[in-house]
Structure formats: C-alpha cells, structure tokens
Design a protein around this ligand. Structure first.
Ligand code: C5P
Length: 309
C-alpha cells in the first residue's frame, strides 16, 4: 500500500514566501470509458511526474490583490490563468477575500502540449498559498478545490505517480520504488504545434471495449522500459493525429528509433519515448534530431526522468 506522498519540493520557505517546483506529467496510459451527461468523459489514466518544472514564487501581500507575473511574458496573467483561478478559489473557500499575493511564475513546460503544465502550476499555487496564508486546509480540501479548477489538477497533489479515474480528478497514488533511483528516462519531443484538448475530445470515438490498464500498471512497477513501452496506450492519439497529422508522423518516427516505442501524452501534442537509461535516451534524442526529413518541421527535444520528490 502506498504512503500518502509529500506534495511539492520547496526550494525556499521563509515566513511569508515560498518557492515551489511544479512538474510536468506524462500519461503512460489513457483510456476512455464513457461520455457523461455533464459532457466530460470518464477515463482511466496512469500519470507520472517528470523532471521538467515550472517554478512559482509566492509571497503574501496586504492589499487583497492577486498579482501574477510570468516569465516568459507571452502567457496571460489575468483571471483566465489557472494560477489566478487557484488563488481566487482558495481564498473564496477559506472565506478570506482580504488575502492578497504576489506570484511569479517561471514557465518551462510547453502549453497545449499534454503535459499538464497549467494544472501543475495551479496545484502548486494551492499548496504554496495554503502555507503562506496560514489557512491550514487539509489535502482533501485542496483536492476538492483542485477538481473545480480542472480535471488534471488533483493529480499534482498525488505526486509522483497516480492512477487517475473519474474525469481524471480521482487519484490513487501508484507505488513508486524509491530504491531504484530516478525511474525510467524519457525522450520528450515537442512538435511545433499545440493541440486544444476540447477539439481532441470532440473528435473521439468512445470504445465499445475499453483497454485495461492493469498491464501498464504492472510494467510501471518493474521500471522496465521495454515492458512499459509494450503496455502503454493512449485513446486520444487517433483524434489528435486527425487534427495535427504531423504529430502522428513524429510519433511514428520516434517509435522506429526507440526500442520500447513511442506515444503521445494526454491530448497532445508532446510525444515521448521510454528509455532504459540516460545514455539510451540521449542517443535516441540525437538520432531523432539528426534523421529529420526535409519536409518535417523542427521539434524541440528534451531528455527527462521520472521524478520522485
Ligand atoms: O477539466 P478540463 O478543463 O481540463 O477539461 C478541458 C476539456 O476537456 C473539457 O471541457 C472537456 O471538453 C474535455 N474533457 C473531457 N473529459 C475529461 C477531461 C476533459 O471531455 N475527463
């Protein structure tokens, strides 16, 4: 049975400030069970955090204002930003509209990429502001607020790995063998296009007979890249590739270069390849970059590992 896991690594915690790392996630498995009357889909997903992080620096402010800045400055910092939504939802839940915060977000996780970056930022904001505002809300209370912000946010309160059900917000921590170190390595490929989640769900055909996730859960426990590669599955690949065929082509090409294959994460557009170790991952990453056909646009490539706080 898994322990309740510590939530976020704090780099610095002062009396009124905190800096938290907000990791990206990969879906190693994602199957759709049914469409629900509320428009969402019940799903099953194995999500794992990886070593690619945004950071949030949070400080209490006396004026009741939530001031968010972001680096790079291309992202919206207004009320539509999930960090802003999290801060507002948290102080509303605590019945403390007087609370203010100055938050600086350093963005490294690509957006519209299937990596949960915005959701992870929101979860880190809930954890950090709960601390600096001294609200002492429980993890369960934070999870309830998380689910109201987005389907993926609760996962980032169940780090580093969880089996996610419902619309994604019901999480069961997945056992992680801390003895084996960093866990599997992954090559991440960021195609030069983002994909909107709503569009992918719109194009989805709900399967008659869903694929079971038991095999991938067992493979994840062994930390064996080949077993993981053979068992991973993502129902959202087909509708995502229909929207952005280039992502499907990249997945094919990366899969041919990696012994354990390749898959898209979440609703895309990131494609990843599980590798045995760092050496293999760097060699696959180099081969992917070097063998790009002239008609394929350039993608950014990054090597990460499974992340244990
Ligand atoms: O919950 P979140 O805001 O991240 O979801 C974005 C969109 O993705 C939803 O509006 C819905 O169209 C789709 N979605 C879904 N089923 C899920 C999660 C998301 O249909 N389980």
């Amino acid at each position: 049975q898994a322990d309740p896991l510590p939530v976020h690594p704090a780099f610095f915690a002062g009396s009124d400030a905190v800096v938290l790392a907000a990791p990206a996630k990969l879906n190693l498995f994602l199957e759709i069970l049914r469409k629900r009357p509320d428009g969402y889909h019940d799903l099953e997903s194995l999500m794992v955090a990886v070593s690619l992080f945004d950071t949030l620096e949070m400080r209490a402010a006396p004026n009741g204002e939530i001031a968010l800045t972001c680096d790079p400055a291309t992202l919206s910092t207004g009320p539509d930003n999930l960090v802003h939504k999290a801060a507002t939802a948290l102080r509303t839940r605590a019945n403390r509209p007087d609370l203010g915060a100055v938050i600086h977000l350093t963005k490294r996780i690509p957006t519209q990429a299937g990596l949960g970056g915005g959701s992870s930022d929101a979860a880190a904001a809930l954890v950090g502001l709960n601390q600096i505002w001294k609200l002492a809300l429980t993890r369960e209370e934070l999870v309830a607020i998380a689910a109201s912000i987005g389907s993926d946010v609760a996962f980032f309160l169940s780090l580093p790995a969880a089996w996610c059900t419902g619309r994604g917000e019901i999480t069961t921590p997945e056992p992680v063998d801390r003895g084996t170190g960093a866990g599997p390595y992954f090559v991440l490929v960021f195609p030069p296009v983002g994909i909107s989640t709503v569009g992918v769900y719109r194009g989805l055909t709900v399967p008659q007979e869903p694929v079971s996730g038991e095999r991938v859960r067992a493979a994840f426990r062994t930390r064996d890249a080949a077993a993981l590669g053979a068992a991973m599955f993502n129902r959202l690949e087909e509708p995502a590739f229909a929207i952005e065929p280039i992502v499907g082509r990249i997945r094919e090409r990366l899969g041919r270069l990696n012994p354990a294959g390749a898959m898209m994460s979440g609703s895309g557009s990131t494609v990843f390849a599980p590798c045995r170790d760092a050496r293999e991952a760097h060699s696959v990453a180099a081969a992917f970059t070097d063998s790009r056909p002239a008609d394929e646009p350039e993608s950014r490539v990054l090597v990460v590992h499974g992340f244990t706080p």
